[in-house]
Structures are given as C-alpha cells and as structure tokens.
Write a protein that binds this ligand. Structure first.
Ligand SMILES: Nc1nc2c(c(=O)[nH]1)N[C@H]1C(S)=C(S)[C@@H](COP(=O)(O)O)O[C@H]1N2
Ligand SMILES: [Mo]
Length: 326
C-alpha cells in the first residue's frame, strides 16, 4: 500500500501536531506518576488500586446484547485469522507482525480526548466509555482496500451515542480520529513513510450513521491489542483503513481533516473510500475480493457496492460523483 513520501505539512497541522505531542507526553507523565503512587501505597493496597485496571486484558469477556444492525447470512472468519492477519503499521507492515509486536501497547490506564468544535473539551476514561451504553454484538463484513475481506463479530455501540455525549457545535462538519503514537512502544513506525499519529476522519453524517461502531471487542471479548485495543472505530461500508485503531483523540472540525492514507497517496486512497467495485484502485481491481480463511482454490467473491450496506448509507451520497469522491 505504500507509495511516495509525506507531503508538506500545512502550518495548521503543525499546531495540531504540537498539541497532540503535548497530550501524549502528559499521558506518559501521568502513567509514571500513577505507578509511583502505587509503589508508595504498599503491597496491601496494590491489588485494590490496580485491579479495576488489569481486569480488562485481552480474553476478558464482555457482557453484550443482540443488535438489530448485525449482518446475517455470512460465515464468520475465525478468531485466529481475525487476530493474526492484521494491518496495524505501528507494529510492523507485515500481516503477522501486529500479533507478535502489539503486546506492549499499554491499554490501561487509557483516555480519549475530545476537542475542537465542541461546547467544552473533555477527556473520557476507557472504563467510563465501556459503560456508557449497552455493548452490542454486531457482525460486519470487513473489506480491505487490498481486496481481501473477513466477517467479524465486533462488540461496541454506535459512535453516534458517544458523539451525543460530546456536545459538538453546529460548526462541526467532520470528525477526526487519532491513534495512539509512542515510538518507544511502537518500534516499527520507521518501516513506512507514514507521518504519525495515524489519522482518519469522517463527515459528520457518516460518523452519526448508526452503522458506525465505537468498538471495544470482538467474539464477545475485549479487543486483542493487534485489532486496535482498547477502542477503535469500525465503518463497515468503507475500506478498512478508515477504521482507526487504538484511538486516543476525537476531534470535531469545520474542515475535512488530513488522513493517513490520503496523505500517503492521494491518487490511490480518497477521503471517502467507500467500498465501490466500479472504481478500481489505480494498481488493482476492486471488483472482487478474497475471503480470508477460505481455501486457496475458493472462488473470489464479487465485491458489493458500499460493501453491501447501501440500503443504510447510499442516501448520504446522493448527488455526489463517487468516481471523483472515491
Ligand atoms: N492506527 C492504525 N489503524 C489502522 C491501521 C493502521 O495501520 N494503524 N490499518 C487500517 C487498515 S488498512 C485495516 S484493513 C484495518 C485492519 O483491522 P484489523 O487488523 O482488525 O482487521 O485497520 C485499519 N486501522
Ligand atoms: Mo486495509
């Protein structure tokens, strides 16, 4: 997927970037301060202090309810494939690297910062986010721009439920998601020309669409680190790269935000990136896909417009030329 070098960074982005760096430094400081405080408390209190933090590691079951928005009639991809065939470039560019390398991602404590065009910037703790709404089991097709696909039983709730808690201003037209970035933890960021942190974005109506999922788990368990723990976005009618992993900030903006793959190759990866079998990638066809886990002789599947979610999302693009806005 890699091409070209990062474009010149506009000055508005440098300001946001400096803000982000300050935020990440503060997170690191707080983490160190927290562990020092724990040491000072002595062993008896230790369990008490850390137990709510360490209960939500990978493998922890999540309590869920059924979702009317689940996709039916598809065979689920195995847990093994979903967790060992990943794109998570912070932990390496090969599909098997995130499973090997993401173990060090510090998923507790974890906060998500809300800022930009909101009534009041605020910070949510991950454990507060987990309890904000009932968690739903939602099966979605997952289509990567590299023309492979999976069917994944995610756990989460509609992002709109969270956005409603953020009090965005009427001037908020776009939402940007920023992933965790610490090159001491993510030692593989130098393997690509991406300018970190990983950034993605949606138009406000796309973010508010009930299908857009704030995701905490899969197969009824807390997300494994390689799948974007402790919280990620999933946008099932778009190519997989729109679904930012391990998010630490959600920013409401009046302009379209810069996004990682669009910056990498604007002619190859558009801002919208709706799954569209009639608009080929310049270097390969998007008409068909390989379902991960199927035997090598299995026939490729026909890719569906909007990944099969057209009934729920097509109207958002009425009047737009999807060849230009790819
Ligand atoms: N932070 C971050 N988010 C990311 C990526 C990444 O490299 N870094 N890769 C994207 C791509 S290209 C895809 S296809 C999906 C893969 O999600 P999965 O590994 O859980 O299947 O995550 C997306 N989110
Ligand atoms: Mo992807």
């Amino acid at each position: 997927m890699l091409i070209g070098k990062p474009p010149d960074i506009p000055s508005s982005e440098i300001t946001l970037r400096a803000e982000y760096d300050r935020y990440m430094n503060r997170r690191r400081f707080l983490r160190t301060a927290a562990s020092t405080a724990v040491a000072a408390l002595g062993v008896e209190r230790l369990a008490e202090v850390v137990s709510p933090r360490i209960t939500a590691h990978a493998g922890t079951k999540l309590q869920t309810v059924k979702s009317p928005l689940t996709t039916t009639g598809e065979q689920l991809t195995s847990f093994e494939d979903i967790t060992h065939y990943n794109n998570f470039y912070e932990f390496g560019v090969e599909k098997d690297q995130p499973a090997k390398n993401a173990g060090g991602l510090p998923t507790r404590p974890w906060t998500v910062r809300i800022d930009g065009k909101v009534k009041q910037p605020k910070t949510f703790d991950i454990d507060t986010l987990l309890k904000l709404r009932p968690l739903e089991d939602r099966v979605y097709r997952h289509r990567c721009v590299e023309a492979w696909s999976m069917v994944i039983p995610w756990v989460g709730y509609s992002l709109s439920e969270f956005i409603n808690q953020c009090d965005p201003l009427p001037s908020a037209k776009y939402v940007q998601f920023l992933s965790y970035y610490d090159r001491h933890v993510e030692k593989w960021t130098g393997e690509s020309t991406i300018s970190w942190p990983y950034s993605e974005g949606l138009r406000m109506d796309e973010a508010m669409n009930p299908l857009t999922l704030l995701t905490f788990g899969l197969y009824g368990e807390v997300l494994p680190n390689q799948d974007g723990a402790p919280v990620r976005i999933v946008v099932p009618w778009k190519y997989g790269f729109k679904s930012a992993k391990s998010i630490v900030a959600v920013r409401f903006l009046d302009k379209q935000p810069p996004t990682t793959w669009n910056d990498q190759g604007p002619s190859e990866y558009g801002f919208y990136s709706n799954v569209n079998p009639s608009v080929d990638h310049p270097r390969w066809s998007q008409k068909t896909e390989r379902r991960i886990g199927q035997p090598f002789y299995a026939q490729r599947r026909t890719t569906l417009m909007f990944n099969g979610y057209g009934d729920q999302v097509a109207s958002m693009y009425n009047g737009m030329d999807l060849r230009r806005n790819f």
